[in-house]
Design a protein around this ligand. Structure first.
Ligand code: NAG
Ligand code: NAG
Ligand code: NAG
Ligand code: NAG
Ligand code: NAG
Ligand code: NAG
Length: 331
């Protein structure tokens, strides 16, 4: 009996060791699943083609100018609707906003915009391409920070927000700039969806999105950590695209799923799932894809989420999907 127990303990230890990579110390999955950081950003595959060039007026190497330590830099909250065109009622139902941060140096008078967005547009970050020559769905899902000189007041003011929310010193700005570069090198992909157990405020968050507004909030938190005080006269709202599901199940990465004959059925199911909503060129197409996704989710109660370059199965439940424009106070 004794040796058996030892064997059982050993086995358990081994299993725990293996699980420790993905699970917390108590042998349970950590929620929300931490967004994976990389040690550098790989060059995007040449298959991915941007409709609009990324960061056309930014520095080629992403350099951020150095401010005099005693400079006083104003910080602006910038927000504008993504749907800046009319396509009838459909888009009116979506309240998708783009967020950015503005800076203005009192020493030089120059001002700057800092934002974080998709390299190959939102549709390509949300839905993959099914390429006949490749078994696994192909994602053009990189996102990155863009820093450029100028603030286009008109762009942000029309139906949007341009509000000064505080001041930082030049030296605080320089520290933030260093952090932005590190954040930009290690956080490389865009994630559209936030996944949680239900709409109630105390629900479990399974996965956090990683998008422009998350970047803006990370930067605000960094500025606060560096000693800045940020305040807004009006409530600050941000767009979240929610999925609602029961506890997700880990499936595996591309090679595990699409390179293992035993998982042929799962592989086919994932391809079939994404076939319905291939990425498209325009925001209108993207909106239609969201509607298609919604219909499919309600019917099949299944969503295959791609997070950290790995697939998860989400057992979807009511209300399935929501686009919420919700308040999130400044830190
Ligand atoms: C999405 O990716 C495809 C394939 O690379 C590309 O043809 C298309 O232009 C991209 N979409 C947008 C909106 O850039
Ligand atoms: C972030 O990374 C992208 C992609 O490599 C690059 O184009 C951009 O200049 C970088 N931005 C900053 C602020 O470092
Ligand atoms: C701002 O909103 C108004 C009213 O909805 C609309 O008529 C106008 O075209 C919008 N302006 C821009 C630049 O989107
Ligand atoms: C940014 O600079 C431009 C050009 O000097 C100016 O027109 C604009 O009002 C400035 N915006 C802010 C928010 O400082
Ligand atoms: C979560 O909040 C709801 C009301 O918003 C409450 O009824 C419920 O008991 C709460 N559950 C937990 C576990 O705190
Ligand atoms: C995919 O997952 C397997 C384990 O399931 C691992 O050995 C492999 O390194 C992973 N591949 C990548 C590219 O992360």
């Amino acid at each position: 009996m004794f040796p058996h127990m030892e064997l059982a303990v050993l086995l358990e230890l081994l299993l725990c060791l293996e699980a420790a990579v993905r699970f917390g110390v108590h042998g349970r999955q950590q929620w929300p699943v931490p967004y994976r950081r990389f040690d550098h950003r790989p060059t995007a595959d040449s298959y991915c083609e941007a409709l609009y060039p990324f960061c056309p007026t930014g520095d080629r190497d992403g350099r951020i100018p150095y401010m005099r330590d005693d400079d006083v830099i104003s910080v602006f909250r910038l927000q504008t609707p993504v749907w800046e065109f009319k396509y009838g009622d459909l888009l009116g139902k979506f309240h998708i906003m783009h967020d950015a941060i503005g800076f203005s140096s009192s020493h030089t008078g120059a001002n700057y915009t800092l934002e974080w967005y998709e390299l190959f547009q939102l549709g390509n970050c949300t839905f993959p391409h099914l390429r006949p020559e490749a078994p696994a769905p192909f994602w053009c899902n990189q996102g990155a920070a863009c820093f450029f000189e100028g603030i286009d007041d008109l762009h942000w003011l029309q139906n949007g927000t341009l509000e000064k929310i505080g001041e930082v010193t030049g030296s605080q700005f320089n520290d933030m700039a260093q952090w932005v570069q590190l954040d930009n090198q290690t956080g490389i992909y865009y994630e559209t969806w936030t996944v949680r157990s239900d709409p109630s405020p105390n629900s479990t968050v399974w996965f956090e999105s990683y998008d422009c507004s998350q970047f803006v909030h990370r930067t605000y938190r960094k500025l606060k950590e560096l000693g800045a005080k940020l305040t807004s006269r009006s409530p600050t709202y941000y767009t979240k695209i929610y999925l609602y599901s029961g506890e997700p199940t880990y499936l595996g990465n591309d090679s595990a799923i699409f390179g293992t004959p035993a998982l042929e059925n799962l592989a086919a199911d994932i391809r079939k799932f994404y076939f319905t909503f291939r990425p498209h060129q325009s925001f209108l197409d993207f909106a239609f894809s969201l509607l298609e996704a919604y219909k499919k989710i309600v019917m099949d109660k299944t969503f295959y989420l791609y997070y950290n370059f790995e697939y998860w199965h989400l057992p979807m439940k009511y209300p399935y999907m929501q686009i919420v424009y919700e308040e999130l106070p400044l830190p």
